[in-house]
Structure formats: C-alpha cells, structure tokens
Design a protein around this ligand. Structure first.
Ligand code: NAG
Length: 283
C-alpha cells in the first residue's frame, strides 16, 4: 500500500516536472482563484505554487470583507459589493487576455457573475464543488433547494446586526463544524489555519442575489464550463449537487476521490493535475 503510494507520488512529480518544462511560455494561462464562504485567497496556498511551477500566472484574490480585505461585512450593501474585487480584476485585464476562473463553493456565484459580465475574457470557468446557478436555474430556486437538504451547522454562528426580528446579516463556520464536516480529510495544520483565519460571511437577501445574478444564455452560456465534484465532500449535499448539475449541465464533470470540501487542502496535487488537463482541453 505504502509502496503504491510512493510510486504514485513519484509519478505525480514526474508529470509535474514535465508540465513545468514543456508548458512554460506557450500556454501560460492566468488562473484566477476565488475562495468560498468565510475563507480568503489564503485557502489556495497549496495549489498556488503547483500552478506557478507549471508556468501559470496565478491570482488568488480576496473578495470584499474576506481574507485580508479591510472592508467589514456591514459596509457591503449588495452581493455585488462582495464580488467587487473580482469585477475590478476582470475590468483591468488586457482586452485580449482570457483567464481561467476557478470558483470554490460560494465562490461559484462570484465567477458566474464574472462570466455574465465578461464572457470574452474567460477561456474556461471551473466550478470546484461550487454553487452553479444558470440561465434556467436561478439563485432563489438553487438556494431553496440547498436549504431543504442542509444538514446541521453545529457550532456555526449567525449574527443579527439589524435586530433579532430581521434576517441574519453574517454567518461564520464554527471550529467543530470545520473539523468534522469541512476539513475532515485535510491536514490538521490547515484546519488550525482555517479556524484562525475565518471571517464572517456577509449575507444578502434573495431579491438582491436574484437581481445581481441574472445569467443569460448569450453571455454566461457562451463560456466553457467544467464542474469538479469532490467525493467525500460533506458540505454540499450530494442529492442537491446532482439536481443542480441536471438543471444546469456543464460541458464536463470530473470527480476527485478522497477529498473533502476543501479539495485544495486535502488533494491539491490531484486538483492541480485536473486543472492542467482542463486548460489543455479548453484553450
Ligand atoms: C426562479 O425560477 C422559478 C422557477 O423557474 C420561478 O418560479 C421564479 O419566479 C424565478 N425567480 C426569479 C427571481 O427569477
């Protein structure tokens, strides 16, 4: 068993070296990585050096009020304020540059908006165990369906900054939930990092999200789109995921084995290799 594992590692290393050599300037693609709820650009720290070693440019950005972004949740009036850093990055790209967008978890909503607004600047969008609304699947319906099958959030917390009779304004994963449902296959060091770096996720109304996330066949639908499933993900209910994929079919679905919700922490090398082949196929 151990021997097989060693062989596999060597094989991965060889592939890594080969791709680092041959890919360098020719297909140097810019990867834009968008984190999920309560996380930040830091969550990609294992994947970033792998992509860079293969000659890729990488931006692992912080959405507003996330990671080391200085804004606070209550300064954000709309989900579009939360996504602003990604829109700003997309606006500043040279006209002829096309990036690879990767959205993890709730980051799927951010990249969906970017696909709708800048379809010509995206070579492929990768949804990594992520929310994926579409032209025929609006965000209200997707939220309602996800909510139906949502398991216990354990020690996660909501805050009610507009008073107890109004909807919650932020959400934060609790350490017990992170350990048992989110990072259960990831290194303990990464769980420790996450429990230190969590920031409250700003929450927005259904009306706001529906208005800001209108996705059309002409724009959003014109972008290459791949979905990556994570086998041992305990956050995204499998039935909801299947239902979502049926109602908003991507071009390709790939599956990573043995990973938890944090694929970039639990299986960074496998994720890297899949991203490499996705880019080969769609550029
Ligand atoms: C979302 O889709 C459902 C079902 O197709 C529809 O009934 C509802 O009005 C839509 N909501 C919005 C905000 O577009």
């Amino acid at each position: 068993m151990n021997r097989r594992k060693n062989l596999l590692s060597i094989l991965f290393l060889l592939i890594l070296l080969a791709s680092a050599k041959s890919d360098a300037p020719k297909t140097a693609k810019h990867f834009v990585l968008v984190h999920g709820s309560c996380h930040g650009g830091w969550s990609w720290y294992r994947l970033v050096p792998l992509l860079k070693s293969a000659g890729r440019a990488v931006t692992a950005l912080d959405l507003a009020a996330s990671g080391v972004d200085l804004r606070r949740p209550k300064e954000l009036r709309s989900i579009s304020d939360y996504f602003r850093p990604l829109r700003e990055l997309m606006e500043l790209l040279p006209v002829n540059e096309r990036v690879v967008l990767v959205g993890h978890s709730l980051g799927g909503l951010a990249i969906s908006q970017a696909m709708e607004l800048f379809p010509a600047k995206v070579s492929v969008a990768v949804f990594l165990t992520a929310s994926m609304p579409g032209p025929a699947l609006n965000i209200s319906t997707l939220n309602r369906e996800s909510f139906k099958r949502q398991g216990s959030l354990m020690d996660s917390r909501y805050t009610y900054d507009n008073g107890p009779n109004n909807p919650p304004t932020t959400f934060t994963f609790g350490p017990v939930f992170l350990a048992s449902r989110v990072y259960q296959k990831s290194p303990l060091e990464d769980l420790a990092l996450a429990t230190t770096l969590m920031r409250p996720l700003p929450l927005f109304s259904d009306e706001d999200m529906s208005r800001e996330l209108m996705l059309s066949k002409n724009n959003y639908g014109s972008v290459n789109r791949v979905y990556i499933m994570s086998e041992k993900d305990l956050v995204f209910n499998k039935e909801t995921e299947r239902w979502m994929l049926k109602n908003n079919q991507p071009y390709d679905v790939v599956k990573i084995r043995g990973s938890d919700h944090m694929v970039m922490m639990s299986k960074p090398l496998e994720l890297f290799l899949h991203l490499q082949s996705i880019v080969e196929k769609y550029s």
